[in-house]
Design a protein around this ligand. Structure first.
Ligand code: CA
Ligand code: CA
Ligand code: CA
Length: 564
């Protein structure tokens, strides 16, 4: 069944690389600080289980506080045009005629989002979404008017036609329809008497057919393209058993966050993936600039395939494995019966009418991402002055905690009273609530980043917990925490890694029960679980080795805490 685009494996396979770009830079001015013995004594009593190795008290701990100003300085200024737009949004409410798109009744995700209540005010007009994928068939009747061909690009031949090229169609007739399906979910035309409706039916779609070449440099180029407001990415390594380092894609993302939307930052949405695995071993998915999206079904239940980890931001509807009515996501498909989803065999009578131009078989986190792209387009339509951090915060704060009582989802409250689940992230997106917040949201204050490192060189032995501590004296309100670990060990899959914040919140970053290939050589692990907590106090890392034979050493670990 179609869940995650299989051409990833052919064109964009994982690299189990040790050249983690985030760990090597060291240009910041660092203020030295010494850990007080008291702090560590307090902590010893907190960890009764297992034998443990204590960190040496005189380990050098350094930390620094830096302020990133490039983004916020520009966001404070509201252009005349934007002011008018906000004003317009407050007063203009359009009466919409009934939807006459025949497949709309099958688009349960739109009903669940109650998107009609939002469409009378916001439909994504003036917002541009880039779809980096297997191509977008621009001349599809339900896409054409919303396509922006000036900025669209097909990397295999340099043309502005983003459709799959001949070799994509012949080599992979099936999955070459993936990008067109994503585009329809985001912004298929509404009220035209045809097919389906996108979440943001007046948005502009830019197709970046990076899979036509499959080159790392082309993905970097597409990700760094500043002509879009939102970047929709339903692709990934496709095999989470391997550490995934993707420095070129990360460069593109960082460029777009710093320079896109006049410094407010492009919103980068990425599929969490469909391997039912942890995604905390991907440096791309770990980046604070990336929004990782998981998938639920029509009943708000996490789908078995949806990847997990403490870097999942939020979830939305992705559909279930079976596809079809009340399961799959109905959307545009490559036109005709030869290409696209037909080979999955699901056809309703209404779909038959279109002879292969639409499908009801799209699903997975690949579907969830374009839904969020449409949602973010509506949010930016409601308030174009939001930075990427604002949008992230709005999604977090407006989402709903579903199935809190079900133990398997491992919901817990952090020290700031924020619920988090490694499956749901902060919860299921609530569109109406997100729009309400966006309309009056004042930009978050300037971002601050604290970095601190401890290099204890501690042994990691079989069936033993190794503990180390870092004391932070700066008090910021946490948004994102990056933990860079430098561990020399013969078998990374032996290791369970847990980081505990000063508030006592535990974030598990490696589970010790998964097949894993890679090296923790200055490797970036990331957690959203400490949101809104204070950075100040003693942080702890615990590394438990749960298998015999291979042992190792914790050379160093570093905290990069972002917040305000
Ligand atoms: Ca339509
Ligand atoms: Ca088709
Ligand atoms: Ca071992």
């Amino acid at each position: 069944m179609f869940k995650y685009i299989p051409i990833f494996l052919l064109f964009y396979g994982c690299q189990s690389s040790s050249s983690n770009s985030s760990g090597s830079e060291n240009s910041e001015v660092e203020i030295s600080e010494t850990e007080t013995p008291q702090d560590s004594e307090d902590l010893e009593t907190e960890t009764p289980q297992d034998s443990e190795t204590e960190t040496s008290q005189d380990s050098e701990i350094s930390q620094d506080l830096e302020t990133e100003t490039s983004q916020d300085s520009e966001t404070i200024q509201i252009s005349e045009e934007s002011q008018t737009k906000i004003l317009d949004n407050e007063v203009v409410e359009v009466e919409l005629k009934d939807l006459n798109d025949p497949l709309y009744k099958y688009q349960w995700h739109l009903a669940n989002l109650n998107v009609e209540s939002v469409w009378s005010r916001y439909r994504g007009e003036g917002i541009r979404v880039g779809v980096i994928d297997s191509g977008v068939e621009y001349d599809h009747q339900d896409l054409l008017e919303n396509m922006n061909l000036d900025y669209s690009y097909r990397y295999s031949d340099g043309s502005n036609d983003p459709s799959p090229d001949k070799s994509q169609l012949s080599e992979d007739s099936l999955s070459s329809g993936h990008g067109t399906a994503c585009a329809g979910i985001i912004g298929a035309i509404g009220w035209n008497g045809e097919g389906v409706v996108g979440v943001a039916p007046e948005v502009e779609i830019v197709g970046f057919n990076a899979f036509s070449s499959g080159l790392d440099a082309d993905f970097e180029d597409a990700l760094g393209n500043l002509n879009v407001d939102i970047s929709s990415n339903s692709w990934g390594s496709g095999n989470e058993q391997y550490f995934y380092d993707d420095p070129s894609s990360l460069r593109g993302v960082e460029y777009g966050v710093k320079n896109g939307r006049d410094g407010k930052g492009i919103i980068y949405l990425f599929a969490a993936g469909n391997e039912a695995y942890s995604i905390n071993h991907s440096t791309l998915h770990g980046s604070k600039y990336v929004f990782n999206i998981g998938a639920v079904d029509i009943n708000d239940a996490i789908q078995d395939y949806s990847n997990y980890g403490d870097n999942i931001l939020v979830v939305t509807y992705g559909g279930s494995y079976e596809g079809g009515v009340n399961n799959g996501i109905f959307t545009t498909d490559l036109q005709g019966l030869l290409y696209g989803f037909e080979q999955f065999g699901y056809v309703t009578d209404v779909l038959k009418r279109y002879l292969g131009d639409y499908t009801g078989a799209m699903n997975g986190t690949s579907s969830a991402v374009p839904i969020v792209s449409g949602i973010v387009a509506l949010i930016l339509d409601a308030n174009p002055n939001l930075t990427y951090r604002d949008v992230k915060y709005i999604l977090i704060k407006s989402s709903e905690q579903k199935n809190l009582e079900e133990e398997k989802y491992l919901w817990s409250k952090n020290g700031a009273g924020v619920w988090y689940s490694q499956y749901y992230g902060f919860g299921l997106i609530d569109l109406e609530e997100a729009i309400k917040m966006a309309e009056t949201f004042e930009n978050l204050s300037t971002e601050k980043v604290i970095s601190a490192q401890n290099s204890p060189f501690l042994d990691i032995n079989d069936f033993t917990t190794t503990n180390s501590y870092i004391t932070i004296s700066n008090d910021i309100t946490i948004e994102h925490t990056e933990i860079i670990v430098d561990i020399d060990h013969g078998s990374v899959e032996d290791l369970e890694i847990v980081v505990t914040s000063p508030s006592g919140t535990e974030s598990t970053l490696a589970y010790g029960d998964l097949v894993l290939y890679g090296e923790y050589s200055n490797w970036s692990l990331n957690s959203l679980r400490f949101l809104d907590e204070s950075s100040k106090g003693v942080w702890k890392i615990q590394i438990y080795d749960n298998q015999k034979e291979f042992t190792g050493k914790l050379r160093s670990w570093k905290l990069n805490i972002s917040g305000r």
